[in-house]
Each structure stands twice: as structure tokens, then as C-alpha cells.
Design a protein around this ligand. Structure first.
Ligand code: NAD
Ligand code: MG
Ligand code: MG
Ligand code: MG
Ligand code: MG
Ligand code: MG
Length: 339
């Protein structure tokens, strides 16, 4: 079943322009949404904790900032763009006591609503507008007159206007320039978690580490292993994103293409798909969410241990050395400080 898509002509910008929008959080998504909304003629306030380092950034960009509770009480649409693991506490302590009946709550990821960590009152619209790209791309594309595709869905329609509100918001941040895909909180949450765990982050990181270990254990120089299994991945992925796996296979040598066909299925065997199904089942039955949130509630001991283990892998050390040879490094993300 093909997805339903919506474009600029399907959305009415005046819906969101007639509302006051409080954007809670000014990180990757928060800064992009707030600035794009403002540039689309929407009245925006950014809600931040006292002492937050983001206050100065938002003010420098010319946006009004209020404490979270005041921003919530002021707004008609409350956009929850704090990190997923703090949203439940933020909701109970700051949003729930201050949100006006008839308001809309807007998310960019369905985690807390779908798994029941946030349970809004029945008189509030609950919607999602989720850009399919990092916040910095959402802002950059908007400024260039383009947009990043967005997912749009409604979990609770108290006003009867929830869909119009969400689609109008999607237009204001540039999403319907590229196209909005209609989905549900359940579908967005479960597919997002599965994609990042099985393929994009978990699967890819493990694949790279095993490839690196195999070459280094066989006596090859770590620098060579780094280039072959990590650095070149970007070139391959760029081709896949541009034109599918077919374009990648068209562009590589026949030697590489033949090796792809005969060795890919030897490395990624059918039991990998069985493990993927187990990962999906743990997402669907809530056990991944429970494990993540339980660990976060305890201060993240497992998370910190796993992060330290990942950072300790030898590929990170050789990677830092190899990347220091790249003249274009100075142009890379200024916000990311390599450990
Ligand atoms: P982020 O970590 O970049 O920024 C979080 C912001 O929230 C910061 O400004 C921080 O100061 C603020 N914050 C932290 N704790 C807070 C609190 N207790 N009260 C108020 N503000 C607080 O977050 P992000 O990556 O932009 O993610 C926000 C939401 O967007 C999440 O639901 C995430 O899943 C979703 N999302 C993110 C991306 C992305 O590109 N990063 C893409 C799609 C969806
Ligand atoms: Mg992060
Ligand atoms: Mg995702
Ligand atoms: Mg995600
Ligand atoms: Mg090669
Ligand atoms: Mg070829």
C-alpha cells in the first residue's frame, strides 16, 4: 500500500499563523523549527530551563525565550523538542500543569506517546511533524527555498482540526515543499527504532567493527583497514541514496559488483534476518523502551558503560589519526567535539 503524500498546495499556512507556538528545546530540531516558523510569519516563543546554554543562542537568533512553564501557558501549540528521555518528566512537571484545554501538543518522534510515557488529557490535540533529516539540514534547506520531507500524523483529534494544524505546521517549517507522508505514531516509532537499531546505527557500526577486526587480526595495517571498511562507506552510501542499490552497483567496478553478489549473502546470512525480527519484536512489545527508560531513570549506567566500550575500540584511535590528514576537516560540524 503506497503512502499518502501532501504538498504545499494541500496545506493552509494561515492555520498555524493564527496560533501561538511554543517550541520547548532549542537543539538540533528545536532551533530549525523555531527559526523556520518565525520566517513563515508564525508567532513563536522558545521555552527553556533556567540556566540553559541554549537561551543565549535563541536570543542571539532574535527569538523570544521564556521559562518552559510560561511558554506552555502562553502557547496554543506546544512543540516538544527536548530529548526523548526527559520528555516524560518535562511533561508531568512543566507541561501538564500549564497547558490550556484545546491546545495542541506536537512531537517530532512518537516514542513517549506510543509507549505511554506521556498521557495527554482528552481535550488536547496530539500530533506529530517529524522531518526526515537532522535539524541542521531542515534549517539549511528552508533557507535555500527547499525543504526536507516530513512525516505527519494525528494520535488524538480533540478539536476536529488536528490534521489541518499539523499539515499547516509542516508547511511552515518547509516540509510540504518536499512532501509530507501520512503515518501513525505507532508506525513512525517502531520503524524509526528498528531502522536505527538493525541497519543505520547498530547494524552498520557492528559491520564496520567486524570488518576492521578481521583485517587487523589478519595482519593488515589498521590505517588500510580504516580506509577500506569505514572511510569509503560514505562514497557507497551516497550512491545508494542518490539512485538506490542499483546505482551503486552500476558505478562500482565489475569486480566489486560480482563480490557484492557472491559474498554479501555469506556475511549477512539469513539468520541475521531472524535476529532482526527479534529486535523488531522487542521494539513492538515495549521491552526495548522499558530497558532504555529504566537505565535512563537510574542515571544511564548501562548506556555510559556501552558508550565507553564503543569509544575504546581501536578503530576510533586510528580513525582520529587518519582524519588528522584530511585538509577539509576544519569545515566539518563546529558543534561536534571529537573525544
Ligand atoms: P537535542 O538533544 O539536539 O536538543 C534538545 C534541546 O532540549 C536542547 O536545547 C536542550 O537544552 C533542551 N532540553 C534538555 N533538557 C530539557 C528540559 N528538561 N527542559 C527543557 N529543555 C530541555 O534534541 P533533538 O535531537 O533535536 O531531539 C528533539 C526531538 O526531535 C526528539 O523527540 C527526537 O527524537 C526528535 N528528532 C530529532 C532529529 C534530529 O535530527 N536530531 C530528527 C528527527 C526527530
Ligand atoms: Mg546525541
Ligand atoms: Mg529515524
Ligand atoms: Mg530515532
Ligand atoms: Mg576499495
Ligand atoms: Mg559497475
Amino acid at each position: 500500500m503506497a503512502a499518502e503524500k501532501f504538498y504545499d498546495d494541500d496545506a493552509d499556512l494561515s492555520v498555524i499563523q493564527s496560533k501561538k507556538v511554543a517550541v520547548i528545546g532549542y537543539g538540533s530540531q528545536g532551533h530549525a523549527h523555531a527559526l523556520n516558523l518565525r520566517d513563515s510569519g508564525v508567532e513563536v516563543v522558545v521555552g527553556l530551563r533556567e540556566g540553559s546554554a541554549s537561551i543565549a543562542k535563541a536570543q542571539e537568533a532574535g527569538l523570544p525565550v521564556k521559562p518552559v512553564a510560561e511558554a506552555v501557558a502562553w502557547g496554543d501549540v506546544i512543540v516538544v523538542l527536548a530529548p526523548d528521555q526527559v520528555q516524560a518528566t518535562l511533561y508531568t512537571e512543566q507541561i501538564e500543569p500549564n497547558i490550556k484545554p484545546g491546545s495542541a501538543l506536537l512531537f517530532s518522534h512518537g516514542f513517549n506517546i506510543h509507549f505511554g510515557y506521556i498521557k495527554p488529557a482528552a481535550d488536547i490535540d496530539v500530533v506529530m511533524v517529524a522531518p526526515k533529516g537532522p535539524g541542521h539540514t531542515v534549517r539549511r534547506e528552508f533557507e535555500g527555498g527547499r525543504g526536507v520531507p516530513v512525516l505527519v500524523c494525528v494520535e488524538q483529534d480533540a478539536s476536529g482540526q488536528a490534521w489541518q494544524t499539523a499539515l499547516s505546521y509542516a508547511k511552515a517549517i518547509g516540509g510540504t515543499r518536499a512532501g509530507a507522508i501520512k503515518t501513525t505514531f505507532r508506525e513512525e516509532t517502531e520503524t524509526d527504532l528498528f531502522g536505527e537499531q538493525a541497519v543505520l546505527c547498530g547494524g552498520t557500526s557492528q559491520l564496520i567493527q567486524y570488518g576492521f577486526e578481521t583485517l587487523v587480526e589478519a595482519g593488515y595495517q589498521p590505517e588500510m583497514a580504516y580506509f577500506e571498511v569505514l572511510h569509503e562507506l560514505k562514497l557507497i552510501v551516497d550512491l545508494i541514496v542518490e539512485g538506490g542499490i542499483s546505482k551503486q552497483r552500476w558505478s562500482i567496478s565489475d569486480t566489486a559488483e560480482y563480490g557484492d553478489y557472491v559474498s554479501g549473502p555469506r556475511v549477512i546470512t539469513p539468520d541475521v534476518k531472524e535476529h532482526m525480527k527479534e529486535v523488531l519484536a522487542d521494539i513492538q512489545n515495549g521491552s526495548f523502551a522499558q530497558r532504555f527508560m529504566g537505565d535512563q531513570a537510574a542515571g544511564g549506567p548501562e548506556f555510559k558503560e556501552l558508550r565507553a566500550k564503543g569509544e575504546g575500540h581501536p578503530i576510533e584511535k586510528v580513525g582520529r589519526e587518519v582524519r588528522s590528514m584530511f585538509s577539509w576537516r576544519a569545515d566539518l560540524d563546529k558543534d561536534y567535539v571529537e573525544g
